[in-house]
Structures are given as structure tokens and as C-alpha cells.
Design a protein around this ligand. Structure first.
Ligand SMILES: [Zn+2]
Length: 275
């Protein structure tokens, strides 16, 4: 995975009107391209938000490495067991298929020979094995295989924190440009921790009472917003007791969403949250 230097994402936010523009030299005399104000500009996203983004990428890279290690280990264990080479991708797909059959079965069926037989036949077919005995030998390995790594889970949790942090900042600006003082806006944000409260805040404070769903949609970031909702749901499922809720796919989606976050939220701010 190519590493993006987070500072490339950094922009300036005009402290007068809230407009975000692609310059982050705090010392320069440059005026806000929208309102012409030459006063203080703020780094946006600020240094700690950029750090969260950098950490997200670092853990994603580590998670990638762990996944390829897990796959290599699976192939070498299978070779040791049956004395022949297997294609790594094929082994992973056999493992996922066998696990899916098991997961989809009812509690009662899980104890039956019929289900076990179905699992073994699926493994035999997928890997072109000579006998069901060979499939039986591999099942222990395939049944235990997991691509869900702690680094992947950390990636998703960090990405959600980063995204929520950016949205919180945008909503604080919205509060200020709608007439609240800075500390009033901050206090309101502290009370808006859930996404539903934040959506309601956005809707109440925007001049035309836009919903956040419609806002992202009309800015061309509908897919981004829907991906964000997906990873937030997986993160919540994970935190509330489903350890497998975050898999490799969710990790990949979290990285993709994080990389789109700054342009998407800058657009949101510039369209709906400026004075
Ligand atoms: Zn301005």
C-alpha cells in the first residue's frame, strides 16, 4: 500500500468565514480566496487529526503484512500435512467456503455427520483432493484459519475516530458560522456524540435544513457516506461483542474512506457551513 504523507492533506481554514482552501502556510500573507480576510488561518485538519490519519495508514500496512503471513502459514501447514503444494488463494477460498457452510447451519445441524460430510466434500472439490480423508486432515487447519487481525481491527477503529473527529470539527464551524460562540459550539458538540444527534445538529443548523444524507449525495460523495456508514456499523458490532465483525474487507474500506475524508468534508464545510 502506497503511503500518503498526511501533510499533503492539510489545508487552511479561514477563521473569519470558515472557508477551507488548499494552502497551509500559516505564516503567508495570503488572503482567504472567498472573503478576502487576511487574518488568522487555521490548519485543517489540525495536527492531531492528521496524526490519526497517519496512524490509520500505519496499522493498515501492518494488517496487510499480517494477512499475507497468515496465508503463507496456511500454505506451509497444508504442505506439511499432506506432502504436496497448494495454491494459497485456493486454500483460503476452501477455508472460507467450509466456514460459511458451518456458520450458515442451524445449531442442531452443527452436531450432525451430514453437515460435516458436506463440509469435507466442499473442501475435497475445491482443492481437487484424492480422498475425503485428506479433506478431513485439512479441516482442522481450514476451520481455524482467520484473516481478521488485531491490526486490521485497530485500523478500522482509528479510521472511525479520524472520520468522527473531522465531522465534529466541521459541525463546530457550522455552529460558529450559524451564530454560536466558539465555546457554545464546542459544548453543543460534546453533547452530540452519536451519529443521529450529529445528523440532527447538521439539519437544524444549516440554513436550508439539509439532511446529511442529501448533502453528501448532492456533493457526489454518496458512496463515501455509505462506505462510512458500513464501517461505523462494523466497528459498533465489533465493540458490542462480535469479534469477527471486522474482516479484511472492512479494513480495506476503512482505508479507502479515510483517504477520501478530507476532500469530502472540506466540500461539506465549503458548501453548507460557511458564514
Ligand atoms: Zn474567508
Amino acid at each position: 500500500m502506497a503511503h500518503i504523507r498526511p501533510i499533503i492533506l492539510a489545508r487552511s481554514s479561514c477563521s473569519h468565514c470558515g472557508f477551507v482552501f488548499p494552502s497551509f502556510q500559516a505564516e503567508s500573507e495570503e488572503q482567504c480566496p472567498r472573503c478576502g480576510n487576511a487574518g488568522t488561518k487555521m490548519l485543517w485538519p489540525d495536527a492531531s487529526a492528521l496524526k490519526l490519519f497517519e496512524m490509520t495508514l500505519t496499522f493498515a500496512e501492518r494488517a496487510n503484512g499480517m494477512v499475507s503471513d497468515a496465508r503463507q502459514q496456511l500454505a506451509s501447514d497444508a504442505k506439511e500435512l499432506l506432502g504436496k503444494d497448494f495454491d494459497g488463494e485456493l486454500l483460503v477460498s476452501a477455508a472460507l467456503e467450509a466456514q460459511a457452510i458451518y456458520n450458515q447451519a442451524t445449531e442442531e445441524d452443527r452436531w450432525t455427520d451430514a453437515l460435516f460430510d458436506r463440509i469435507l466434500r466442499a473442501i475435497q472439490t475445491r482443492l481437487s483432493l484424492e480422498s475425503l480423508d485428506q479433506a478431513r486432515m485439512l479441516w482442522g487447519l481450514l476451520g481455524a484459519f482467520s484473516e481478521t487481525t488485531e491490526d486490521g481491527q485497530v485500523t478500522v477503529i482509528l479510521a472511525c475516530t479520524f472520520l468522527e473527529r473531522l465531522l465534529g470539527d466541521v459541525l463546530t464551524v457550522l455552529g460558529i458560522t450559524s451564530g454560536l460562540t466558539y465555546s457554545q459550539a464546542e459544548r453543543r458538540m460534546e453533547k452530540c456524540q452519536s451519529i443521529d444527534q450529529r445528523k440532527a445538529f447538521f439539519h437544524d443548523m444549516t440554513r436550508l435544513h439539509v439532511t446529511m444524507d442529501n448533502a453528501f449525495q448532492s456533493l457526489g460523495y454518496g458512496a463515501f457516506w455509505s462506505d462510512w456508514n458500513t464501517i461505523r456499523k462494523r466497528r459498533n458490532d465489533f465493540v458490542h461483542g462480535l469479534p469477527w465483525a471486522i474482516g479484511e474487507e472492512t479494513t480495506r474500506l476503512a482505508v479507502k474512506t479515510s483517504k477520501q475524508a478530507v476532500p469530502a468534508l472540506a466540500q461539506l464545510q465549503n458548501t453548507y457551513c460557511i458564514r
